[in-house]
Write a protein that binds this ligand. Structure first.
Ligand code: ATP
Ligand code: MG
Length: 352
């Protein structure tokens, strides 16, 4: 019998409400398929920060290292600056565990209304492959002549050949497994002088190894416009940390609600744990009301089981999500229903 140890970090806000629903669904799917999952909870969050001055203990990464996967809700809450909640937990985990791929599937489900006119299920079905550990999200830079009229802030980006090539390779490999075999690269080489021309040159070099994959590239401005105008054009989208971030919020927004979107922080070499979370944040505006949609978290759980080598569990969970949305009797408010978080989590669990 396969056995996996999962580190669970519910975090802040609605993270604490959606994670229990994800665990319920995981447990049901694991029982169905004869897999043993053991969950270890960590209460690391902005509350921990208020109490201890740290988002996680000093040896936090060491504690997580031995787990098979990390299942995360969301971190961040008013009163704690974003750079503390992000750089105190999320980003160190992504970087220390070499989770250099951020994989975000985007799909329009039957039963949900896209805000784009005349879009049917099947019209929106693509992946965003986002570079997750370097690029624009760098702490290199700073302020000079602070407080004077000459004040100047520099923010550096970092694009290494290794870091660029490995994310591009992941995107091309993924495209090869898909019907359309199509990679679209997000760039801005007409504005960013060094980084994006380099990115484009690495895309061209990688494309030579994949003659059967169709490749194109668009500047990020027209890319966002095209995504809204003709989402059916896209298959595998690859972008730097910043561009991938933007496109992976825009994508799910085109499918009716960002709350169903999952995010997998993957270490493809599997020598250290990968981390699975919903795309959405802690949503302080709706926290504590039991109205958060747990589907982004549940879909992330399905991706976790796929990564751990159990596609049958992934498929069981996805079928339950699809059925729940199609039948539509336990939908949360963001999807036009009136069910609460637990009712939707329970409906999906019951379908399993
Ligand atoms: P972050 O900076 O962590 O991405 P954010 O400020 O961008 O956070 P989110 O927490 O992602 O914001 O939420 C954006 C809005 O979407 C929230 O105000 C909330 O109303 C809505 N929302 C987010 N997640 C959910 C959910 N699971 N269910 C219902 N609504 C949600
Ligand atoms: Mg956000």
């Amino acid at each position: 019998m396969s056995q996996f140890n999962i580190a669970v970090i519910p975090g802040d806000g609605i993270g604490k409400e959606v994670i229990p629903e994800g665990l319920k669904v995981l447990q049901a799917a694991a029982e169905k398929h004869g897999i043993e999952l053991s969950f270890t909870h960590f209460d690391w969050s902005c509350e921990t920060y208020h109490k201890t001055g740290r988002m996680m203990p000093e040896d936090g990464l060491e504690q997580l290292k031995a787990f098979d996967s990390i299942f995360l809700g969301a971190v961040g809450f008013p009163g704690v600056p974003d750079h503390i909640s992000l750089w105190g937990l999320l980003l160190p985990i992504r970087r220390a565990f070499n989770q250099y791929v951020n994989l975000r599937p985007v799909r329009l489900f039957e039963g949900l209304q896209s805000p784009l006119a005349n879009k049917k299920p099947g019209d929106i079905d693509f992946y965003v492959v986002r570079e997750n550990v370097e690029g624009e999200y760098s702490a290199i830079g700073g302020i000079q002549y602070e407080g004077t009229d000459d004040e100047v802030v520099l923010q550096q980006s970092v694009f290494t050949r290794k870091g660029t090539d490995r994310i591009l390779k992941y995107a091309f490999e993924l495209a090869q497994t898909r019907d359309k075999k199509h990679v679209s690269s997000a760039t801005k080489s007409n504005g960013l002088f060094h980084s994006m021309p380099y990115w484009d040159s690495r895309v061209a070099a990688m494309a030579e190894h994949y003659p059967e994959v169709k490749v194109d590239q668009f500047h990020i401005d027209i890319f966002t416009a095209n995504l809204v105008r003709m989402p059916e054009f896209y298959d595998v989208i690859v972008g730097s940390n910043l561009f991938g971030d933007i496109l992976s919020d825009l994508g799910p927004a085109c499918t009716g609600t960002i709350a169903i979107a999952p995010s997998a922080n993957i270490n493809p070499e599997k020598d250290l744990p990968s981390m699975f979370e919903p795309v959405h944040g802690s949503a302080p505006d709706i926290a504590g009301q039991n109205i958060a949609n747990p589907i982004g978290t549940i879909w992330a759980a399905a991706m976790m089981m796929q990564h751990l080598g159990h596609p049958e569990m992934h498929d069981t969970i996805m079928t339950a999500i699809e059925t729940a949305i199609r039948e539509g009797h336990a939908l949360t408010r963001d999807m036009g229903g009136s069910a609460n978080t637990q009712q939707l989590g329970q409906a999906i669990t019951d379908l399993i």
